[in-house]
Each structure stands twice: as structure tokens, then as C-alpha cells.
Design a protein around this ligand. Structure first.
Ligand code: BMA
Length: 832
């Protein structure tokens, strides 16, 4: 028996005894094929991998070899010692944060619980089945895939889902992470398992179920209502307290047996407000709530959060407003960090969210095909000032509206809203991902749209919206992403006037990159362009002999039909064909970076009509060719480095329409103040000779964008194919530079550059110095095999303008020498 520190993420119980049930369990497949030790929290596939019973499913095409695991039933078991003393407590309950998915919990041969929704938390009284000495706990998990099949066979009509090349059918019929069943970037690994804390805890008087607060902001004051749901074993008058920032506020309550909602208010004078990244400090206050010896400790941010959607002269606006300030949202879409849940560690969360902030992001969208993330995710977003767009976990499918299903979803929504609503970071709740669009994707739903819309409404407004509005009235429930607004079922993929938009015409429909210039989204919550993972990541799944983009292994690690062909075809429009696998991979990252940069720079300069860009997607859940800007494992792709630049608060950018004879130069500034800056425009030829240079002093408007000029190409250069435009914006904050080509890259005679690098340790920092004899483009300096990032990458390097890059190592013991030895430099001209 252990008295463990804090197995619940946010509930601390000062007096009672608790037994943390995490650690080593036994795992058996019920057909007897496997019997291994398994970690809890953890998943079946990870346990088999740890025990060397299966090969790494991420390597080669091994994933195909483990598909039969999806059809097995599993048994997790362990023995736990319990003392007489513990048993004398009036109540002992079992807490399970998440069981994936179709499960039964048995203690000493008695069934305590049945589960079929991994997004629901379980707490059950267990005292009556426990005994002094050894107790046997068994968790039986049956195949979610087979259960889904049974449900599909019993359903009165088909409920279609999107197709992935390797997938588990009918995943939409089971409340499980939807992308476990495969996606157009994800493997099909139908894991089962036990996620999050699993604990036995005693209760003397009762337990805290949830705590949450409501904030009312008035001039210089924040009134805080504190709520505590307390499940009481006693009927008693008590004093309970809330300690806010060290100051204790006491309240009285008359407990009744069973559920109690305690409520107390306090006033915070001169509160320091919580701000998103780039707008101020993400100030958090300690709040600790104590009821009958039970304590919950949390940190909350005081801020007024609005999601404003209003009819205006354009259509329907979509703006995140924090403390009265309209925030231009800059970020990306988040998918579960790993297809093997056991690898979703605190360190991995920390790393990925730090990478988001480092790239000047202020919003992350938790996408509906994944999961409500672990507490640590939201705690880190609170700390780092990352707003969270929170989807409910439904994506790209028709869902049932049977009584059982809706009741299960209701339990899920109630739990998740109560669990998460106190996080300062959460900006809005959104019903689902693309389920309105999906009504048009399937023959069945096109033919019988009414039936499916009724299902959709029952689930979406009937359950999710109702629960959210009741339990978190201060936040907006947005029906779907994308969506033109409440009660709007039209095609928001192609309407840039209303609400949020998913703009996919460049990737999925193969339009030219300049198509981004033709739309003016109010808020673009998805748009993406694929690239291959970086070479060192490719090598984690492919052998030397497979390093060819059309080899079976490379195609296996591409889940979007025709994806590799799209990349290669788009090369032909803009670039010369690269040679060798290294050139393919690197050029794909240039193309991806360029596509998203063009879109974001353009849409940012359209503020306030457009007020947000979240590209698809931030991360990968295994090593794969995808739209992600961060490789599986955390290493940045070129896009992520470029995001750091195009998401910087104040930028200079250039837009040239296809076939256009002029270039619009714009200055965009997200800061709340005017920014003084000097813009220098230089026309340079490919030998590096500066042919023209002009500087302009400007006061750049606050929270807006202004045009510096329409640059007439023939007035600035005699040779659009022999020159390029270098733009530099110098402000007090530093230098922002950018490069524009007047002609397609493939038509330009870029000269081969000799780039040299040295590395040194300077004042405790690892610094690489790069120089070149000729202009070099999209220069990437990568420390292969070393975990960490240079602070700049993907830049234009000019002769006589060496760059010093600081390396942030994410591992110990990196020296200047080891860094130098690992560095690989690439540039555009080097690909052909
Ligand atoms: C979006 C997402 C995902 C998908 C991506 C790429 O629309 O919502 O479903 O992975 O497109 O196709």
C-alpha cells in the first residue's frame, strides 16, 4: 500500500489514504496468445512492444502486421494489498480517469463497472467488495472494432465515416479517439488501455467531484464565484474555504447526503489579467478549495473571454476578444501526440507547446478527431498564454442519435466541460470537425439528408450545445468547424464571408499557391500543405534502399491518396525537379513552408476582416508524410521555422498575383501600439550584386496593416528572372526580413552557392556562423541526430551578411564540436 503524492491531476486529498494503482499490471489477450507485463497508465500495443512481442509498428510497413490486435479482447489484472485500517474508512472509491474503451471492471470477482466511452471519468464505491489482504482487480476490455461492427449491423441505416487507406470500420459508432482507427495522416492502431490516473481512495466525509469558477470583471475588480461539487457521506453544517493567491475566504454550508453544489464569492481587487502570448503576461493565480478535509489546488487566470460573431458589412465576423482586445489568432491544429498513448508524456507536451510559443503562436485547436487532452496540456496552455479552440470529439462522419449513444455523449460532455472550464486558455467550445460538410460527402447522406441532419442536430445542439451552455455559460458554443454561424448548414469550405473556414482548395483541389490570395476568410481554422518528414525522421521508418518517394515504404507512410504525386506535381509548377531523396524531402518542406507562408501573410494583412489563421497541422502522431510543421519526435520542419517569422508580431510581406506586373508590399502589425520602423527594399541579382536599394521610415498602424507601395516590377528591375527582392523591416524589436521572387523559382538562374559553417561556444551558447559567396535561398541548417533547434532557419543568406544562429539543445552534452560535426546545410539551388 502506498500513500502516493498526487495521483489525480488536480485533486489533492490531505487526510485520506489513497492507493495509486498505476504501475505494473499483467496483460493477457483473452485468446491466450499474449501474456505480458504492462504499464498502467498505458496501452496494449505499447505493452506488447515493450515485451518484444510485436515489431515497432512505426517501422517500414509493420503496422500491417498488428491489425489483428484490433479484434482481440484483453484482460488487465493486478493484485492490491489492503489493510484493515484502510477498510475501516466509511467509503473507498475507485477512480478511473479513462478506460479505452469497451470495458468491465471486476474486483474480487464482482463486477463494479461497465464502460463504453473513453471520454468519461469513472468513480465508483468499492468498499463493499474489498477485503483486508490481497484483492484482485481485473479490467476486461473487449474489441472496440468488433463492437463497432455489431453496432453497425444493428443500426437501422448506415452511418458513414471518412475513409483512410488503412482503417478500422465504423469507428464513429464507438466513443473512442476517432483517429485510433486510422486517418489521412495516421496509422490504424486500435489500442486498448487505461489512461490517466487510476486510484483507490478513502473518504471520511465525502469527496470533491469538480470545482469551477465564474468571473465578472468590472473596473479594476474581478468578482469570483467559486463552485464546488461535493459528494457528501454526511449531513452536517460545515465551514469550507477558498484560498485565492494566499488569502483565505471562508464560507458556510449545510451538507446533505449525496450531491451538493457549494457556492461562495470573493472579490479580487486590481487583478492582474491573463493575456495570450504576445499580448502580455499569462498571469495565473493559485486557488485552493478545501471542503471537509478534501482539497483541490489549481491555478486560474482572470480574463474576460469573448468569441464575437456579428453580422457586419462583409458577412459574419469571427473574433476572439480577450479583455476587450481583439486578438489576431495565430496557430495550428493539434492532433494526439502519439498513436501509442503511453508515449504521450508530460515532456512531449511541454516540448510541443514550447515549440508553438517559440513560433509566435497564440492559439491551438484541439481537433475533433482526437481526444480531450490530458490536464497537463491545458495547464501548459494556461501558463504559456496559448488560447485553445476546443472541439468536441466528433469528426468527418455521421453519428448515431440513439438514446444510448446520446446519453453516453451527454455524460462525456458534462465531465469534460466541468473538468476543463476553469482553464483560462479555453477560448471556445466547438461541436465537431467538419460534420456539416460530411453531410455532403456520402451518397447515403446526400440522398437522405433530412434523416442525417436530424441525427446531427440531436447530438450537436440537443446534447453538446445544451450541456455547454448550461455548464459553461460564459463561453461560446460554436456549432462546427467550419461553420457559417449558428443554424447555418451551408458549405463553409467555400464561403469566405461567414464564421470560420477550412480552405483546402490548394492541397485537395490542386490549385496554384496564389489561390490563397483569392479568398478572404473571416477566420481560417484549417488550411494545409504536406511535406515529407525530415531525413533523420524518415530514417526511423525507412532503410537506405527505401529512400525513394515512390517506394512501398515511403508510400505506406503517406495516408492521403495521391499525396506524394501532388507534392511532385506542384514541384513542376514552381521549382526545378530535385535530385535524390534528400532533395525531394527538403524541397517538399520548402514548398510546404512557402504555401503556408503565402496564405498567412496574405490573410494577416486582411485584418480586421480576417482575424485568425490556424494551419493544418502542428504535429504528427507517428513518422509520416503529412501537413505537420513539427516532425514526429519534436524536430521542426522548415515550415515551423518559417512560422516563427510569418507569425512574428510585425512583418513586411509582398504579394504578387499570377502574371501580375506589380508587387504589393505590406506592413502588418499585431501590436496594440504603433510601431516605428525602417523598411529597406533591395533588388539583388543572383551573383549577390545589389542593383537598387531604397529605405522608407514608417509608423506602422497598431492592430492593422498598411500598404507601403505597389512596386512596379519593370520600374525596379530589368530582369525579373535574374533578380529578387530583399525586404528588411527594422524596428525597436529587431529585424524582420523577407524575400520575394518576381518570377517562378524554376525560371530563375540561381547560382550555386558555397556555404560555409563554423560552430563555437560563445558565452555559454552554442552558435553556428554561416556565410556564403552567392545568395542562397531557404537555407536550412540542421543538426542531424541532435535534439534541438537553431533559432533561425529557412532564410535567405546573402554574401557579406553572415548569420549567427543560436542552437537550443534539447539534450545534454552537446558541444560546439559535436554540433559542427552534425550540421547539414541545404539550400534551394543545392536540390538540383
Ligand atoms: C482536415 C481535417 C482532417 C484531415 C485534414 C487533411 O479537414 O479536419 O480530417 O486530416 O483535413 O485532409
Amino acid at each position: 500500500m502506498s500513500n502516493s503524492p498526487d495521483p489525480f491531476s488536480s485533486v489533492v486529498n490531505v487526510d485520506s489514504t489513497r492507493i495509486d494503482l498505476s504501475g505494473e499490471w499483467q496483460l493477457r489477450s483473452s485468446d491466450g496468445e499474449y501474456e505480458v507485463a504492462a504499464r498502467v497508465p498505458g496501452d496494449t500495443h505499447s505493452a506488447l512492444l515493450d515485451a518484444n512481442k510485436i515489431e515497432d509498428p512505426y517501422w517500414g510497413r509493420n503496422e500491417l502486421e498488428v491489425q489483428d490486435l484490433a479484434r482481440k479482447d484483453w484482460l488487465y489484472s493486478r493484485v492490491v494489498e489492503i489493510s484493515e485500517e484502510l477498510l475501516s474508512a466509511p467509503s473507498i472509491f475507485l477512480h478511473i480517469e479513462s478506460l479505452d474503451t469497451i470495458g468491465e471492471v471486476w474486483v474480487n470477482g464482482v463486477k463494479l463497472l461497465e464502460t463504453d466511452n473513453m471520454f468519461v471519468r469513472h468513480r465508483v464505491e468499492a468498499k463493499s467488495v474489498l477485503r483486508a489482504g490481497e484483492n484482485e482487480i481485473e479490467i476486461r476490455i473487449s474489441s472496440a472494432e468488433l463492437e463497432a461492427k455489431r453496432r453497425a449491423a444493428a443500426a437501422p441505416y448506415p452511418l458513414p465515416q471518412t475513409n483512410a487507406p488503412i482503417q478500422s470500420p465504423h469507428r464513429n459508432l464507438v466513443r473512442k479517439v476517432q483517429c485510433h482507427g486510422g486517418w489521412d495522416w495516421g496509422p490504424c492502431l486500435m489500442v486498448s488501455g487505461i489512461n490517466g490516473p487510476i486510484v483507490l481512495a478513502t473518504n471520511e466525509k465525502g469527496r470533491i467531484e469538480y470545482t469551477y469558477t465564474e468571473q465578472t470583471h468590472r473596473q479594476g475588480v474581478c468578482e469570483l464565484e467559486v463552485f464546488c461539487e461535493f459528494e457528501s457521506l454526511v449531513e452536517e453544517s460545515i465551514c469550507w474555504s477558498a484560498a485565492f493567491d494566499g488569502e483565505i475566504f471562508s464560507f458556510e454550508a449545510d451538507l446533505v447526503k449525496g450531491a451538493n453544489l457549494l457556492r461562495g464569492s470573493l472579490v479580487v481587487e486590481e487583478p492582474k489579467l491573463w493575456w495570450p502570448n504576445g499580448y502580455g503576461e499569462a498571469k495565473l493565480y493559485d486557488l485552493s478549495i478545501e471542503v471537509a478535509e478534501e482539497v483541490v489546488e489549481k491555478r486560474i487566470g482572470l480574463r474576460k473571454m469573448d468569441l464575437v460573431y456579428e453580422e457586419d458589412e462583409v458577412g459574419l465576423s469571427f473574433v476572439a476578444r480577450v479583455n476587450g482586445v481583439n486578438v489576431f489568432c495565430k496557430g495550428a491544429n493539434w492532433i494526439p501526440m502519439d498513436a501509442l498513448p503511453q508515449r504521450q508524456t508530460r515532456e512531449a507536451y511541454e516540448d510541443l507547446l514550447t515549440s508553438s510559443v517559440d513560433a509566435n503562436m497564440n492559439m491551438i485547436r484541439v481537433w475533433g478527431g482526437g481526444q480531450y487532452e490530458q490536464d497537463v496540456f491545458y495547464e501548459l496552455c494556461d501558463e504559456k498564454g496559448l488560447l485553445v479552440w476546443q472541439d468536441f470529439m466528433f469528426a468527418c462522419s455521421m453519428y448515431p442519435s440513439s438514446k444510448d449513444f446520446l446519453e453516453s455523449v451527454e455524460r462525456e460532455a458534462i465531465h469534460q466541460v466541468k473538468r476543463l472550464r476553469d482553464h483560462a486558455c479555453i477560448a471556445l467550445w466547438c461541436g465537431n470537425n467538419e460534420n456539416i460538410g460530411a453531410l455532403n460527402w456520402y451518397e447515403e447522406s446526400r440522398k437522405n439528408r433530412d434523416r442525417y441532419i436530424v441525427d446531427y442536430d440531436r447530438l450537436n445542439s440537443g446534447v453538446l450545445q445544451r450541456v455547454t451552455e448550461e455548464l459553461d455559460p460564459a463561453r461560446v458554443f460554436w456549432p462546427s468547424s467550419p461553420c457559417g454561424g449558428p443554424n447555418d448548414y451551408s458549405d463553409a469550405f467555400h464561403n469566405d464571408r461567414r464564421g470560420d473556414m477550412h480552405y483546402w482548395d490548394v492541397w485537395h483541389r490542386g490549385m496554384n499557391l496564389e489561390a490563397y490570395y483569392e479568398v478572404t476568410p473571416r477566420f481560417c481554422s484549417e488550411f494545409g500543405y504536406q511535406s515529407f518528414p525530415s531525413m533523420e525522421v524518415v530514417k526511423t521508418y525507412a532503410e537506405e534502399g527505401d529512400l525513394n518517394v515512390t517506394s512501398p515504404v515511403m508510400e505506406h507512410h503517406q495516408r492521403n491518396k495521391g499525396g506524394n504525386s501532388k507534392i511532385v506535381e506542384m514541384f513542376t509548377r514552381y521549382f526545378r525537379m530535385p535530385v535524390g531523396a534528400d532533395g525531394f524531402i527538403y524541397l517538399s518542406q520548402i514548398l510546404q513552408g512557402l504555401a503556408i507562408k503565402m496564405a498567412v501573410e496574405h490573410w494577416r494583412h486582411l485584418r480586421p476582416v480576417c482575424m485568425g489563421t490556424l494551419y493544418w497541422q502542428l504535429n504528427d502522431n507517428w513518422p509520416v508524410c503529412s501537413w505537420a510543421s513539427v516532425n514526429y519526435g519534436g524536430k521542426w520542419k522548415l515550415l515551423h521555422h518559417m512560422a516563427k517569422e510569418f507569425y512574428a508580431p510585425t512583418i513586411v510581406s509582398a504579394f504578387q498575383k499570377e502574371g501580375g506586373d506589380s508587387v504589393e508590399i505590406w506592413l502588418t502589425n499585431d501590436r496594440l501600439e504603433q510601431v516605428k520602423g525602417t523598411v529597406t527594399l533591395r533588388v539583388i541579382d543572383f551573383s549577390g550584386k545589389v542593383l537598387r536599394s531604397e529605405s522608407f521610415d514608417r509608423e506602422i498602424v497598431a492592430e492593422g496593416a498598411e500598404k507601403l507601395m505597389d512596386l512596379k516590377i519593370d520600374e525596379w528591375t530589368d530582369s525579373p528572372e535574374g533578380t529578387f527582392l530583399s525586404m528588411a523591416l527594422e524596428t525597436e524589436e529587431g529585424l524582420c526580413d523577407n524575400t520575394h521572387f518576381f518570377a517562378k523559382y524554376k525560371t530563375c538562374e540561381i547560382e550555386k552557392a558555397e556555404i560555409s559553417v563554423s560552430a563555437a561556444e560563445i558565452e555559454g551558447e552554442l552558435v553556428a556562423r554561416v556565410s556564403t559567396d552567392k545568395p542562397a535561398f531557404f537555407v536550412s541548417v540542421d543538426a542531424e541526430g541532435i535534439s534541438g533547434e537553431f533559432d533561425q532557419n529557412g532564410f535567405t543568406l546573402l554574401p557579406g551578411e553572415d548569420r549567427e544562429l543560436v542552437f537550443r539543445a534539447k539534450e545534454e552534452g552537446v558541444s560546439a564540436d559535436s554540433l559542427k560535426g552534425a550540421i547539414k546545410v541545404r539550400d534551394l539551388r543545392g536540390t538540383y
